[in-house]
Write a protein that binds this ligand. Structure first.
Ligand SMILES: NC(=O)c1ccc[n+]([C@@H]2O[C@H](COP(=O)([O-])OP(=O)(O)OC[C@H]3O[C@@H](n4cnc5c(N)ncnc54)[C@H](O)[C@@H]3O)[C@@H](O)[C@H]2O)c1
Length: 311
C-alpha cells in the first residue's frame, strides 16, 4: 500500500527547520555528484501557464514531480502551483509514496530562499523581508521565522500580507519601498513585472529571487543583475528558464559570472566577497530539493494517519 501525503500531511511530516537542513544537504549532495537530476522539462500552454516534469535520483530513491505554474489561477480561486510528486525505490522501481506537489514545492522553495540569504547575506544583516505573500512567499517567511529571524511581509494584496503576517507572528512592511530596502530580501511574485529597477539595490544587500522560474518572467532589471555578485541554484536551469535567462541572452552575464549555491555550501567557491557586495540568488527550483522533502516526509509515514493507495 502506497502512502499518500496531502498538503496537510506534508506540513505535519516536515516542519520548516527540517526542510531547511534537508534542502541544504541536498544542494551539497548534488554538488558532490551523489544526487543527480536532469533540468526540468517545460510543457507550455501559454498564456494560461506551464507544466514541469522534474526527475531526480539520490539516497536510494528516485523522484518525479509533475507540477504547474498557472499565474491566472488565483483569480479563479485556484492555486498557481499544483501537481503530484511520486517517490520510488531506486533499487526496485517500486512506488514508495505519492505527495501533494504544491506543499513539497513551497517547503523547499522557502528553504532555498532562506539558505541563500543566510549563506550570502551580510553576517550583520538586521532586516529581512518577503515580497509576495502567496503560497511560496508565505513558506519563505515561515522559514525565516523558524530560524528565529523577524521578517516583514509585503504584497500588493494588503489583506493577504496582513493575514500571512498575523498567522506567522510577522510584521507587514510599512510600504513597498521599505520592503525593498531590507538587508535580506526574498521576492516571490509571479514575475510579470520588474520589482527591482536599475540602481534600486543598496550596497551590502542580498536578494533571493524566487518568483521568475520560467521563460519570460523577471523580477529584476538586467542592468541590476549586471552590477551584482550573482549566484544560482543550477546554471542550466537558471540560464534557460530563470531570472538570469534574459541577462544571458542580452550578453550582460555569462557562465563565469555566476556561482552555484552548492559550491559555496561545500566550500568550493567563495560566497560574499565584501561587506558592500550586492548578492543575488536566482532560483528556478531543483528536483533534488523536492527529493529531499519527499524523503523526509516518507520517513515519517508510519507516524501519520495517511490515506494508503493499493496501486
Ligand atoms: N524558484 C522556485 O523554486 C519557485 C517555486 C515555486 C514557485 N515559484 C514561482 O513563484 C511565483 C509565486 O508563486 P506562488 O505559488 O507563491 O504564487 P501565488 O499566486 O500564491 O502568490 C503570488 C503573490 O504575489 C503577489 N504579487 C503579485 N505581483 C506583486 C507585486 N508586483 N508586488 C507585490 N506582490 C505581488 C500576489 O498578490 C500574490 O499574493 C510564481 O511565479 C511561481 O512560478 C518559484
Amino acid at each position: 500500500m502506497v502512502p499518500f501525503f496531502s498538503a496537510r500531511d506534508v506540513a505535519a511530516a516536515v516542519p520548516p527547520e527540517v526542510a531547511y537542513t534537508a534542502v541544504r544537504d541536498a544542494f551539497v549532495a548534488h554538488t558532490r555528484g551523489e544526487w543527480t537530476m536532469q533540468p526540468k522539462l517545460y510543457v507550455t500552454n501559454y498564456p494560461a501557464g506551464d507544466f514541469r516534469a522534474m526527475p531526480a535520483l539520490g539516497a536510494g530513491h528516485a523522484l518525479l514531480k509533475w507540477v504547474t505554474s498557472f499565474p491566472g489561477n488565483p483569480a479563479l480561486g485556484l492555486p498557481t502551483v499544483t501537481g503530484l510528486v511520486v517517490l520510488s525505490n531506486a533499487d526496485t522501481g517500486m512506488v514508495e509514496a505519492i505527495l501533494d506537489a504544491g506543499s513539497v514545492t513551497a517547503l523547499r522553495t522557502g528553504a532555498a530562499a532562506v539558505i541563500a540569504a543566510d549563506v550570502l547575506g551580510r553576517p550583520d544583516a538586521k532586516t529581512a523581508a518577503v515580497i509576495g505573500a502567496g503560497v511560496n512567499g508565505k513558506a519563505a517567511a515561515q522559514t525565516f521565522v523558524s530560524r528565529g529571524r523577524s521578517v516583514s511581509i509585503w504584497d500588493r494584496d494588503r489583506a493577504r500580507a496582513a493575514a500571512v503576517a498575523a498567522e506567522l507572528g510577522a510584521e507587514v512592511a510599512a510600504g513597498h519601498e521599505e520592503a525593498l530596502a531590507a538587508d535580506l530580501l526574498v521576492t516571490v511574485t509571479p514575475g510579470r513585472e520588474i520589482l527591482l529597477r536599475e540602481s534600486s539595490l543598496s550596497s551590502g544587500q542580498h536578494v533571493s529571487l524566487m518568483g521568475a522560474d520560467g521563460p519570460g518572467k523577471a523580477e529584476i532589471a538586467i542592468a541590476e543583475i549586471a552590477r551584482a555578485h550573482v549566484f544560482c541554484d543550477e546554471w542550466e536551469q537558471a540560464s534557460h528558464g530563470g531570472e538570469l535567462a534574459a541577462a544571458v541572452a542580452a550578453g550582460a552575464i555569462d557562465r563565469e559570472d555566476v556561482t552555484q549555491l552548492g559550491a559555496v555550501l561545500l566550500g568550493e567557491a567563495p560566497g560574499r566577497r565584501a561587506r558592500d557586495d550586492i548578492t543575488l540568488f536566482d532560483s528556478t527550483g531543483l528536483a533534488i530539493q523536492d527529493l529531499a522533502i519527499a524523503i523526509a516526509a516518507s520517513a515519517r509515514a508510519d507516524e501519520l494517519d495517511l490515506v494508503r493507495i493499493d496501486l
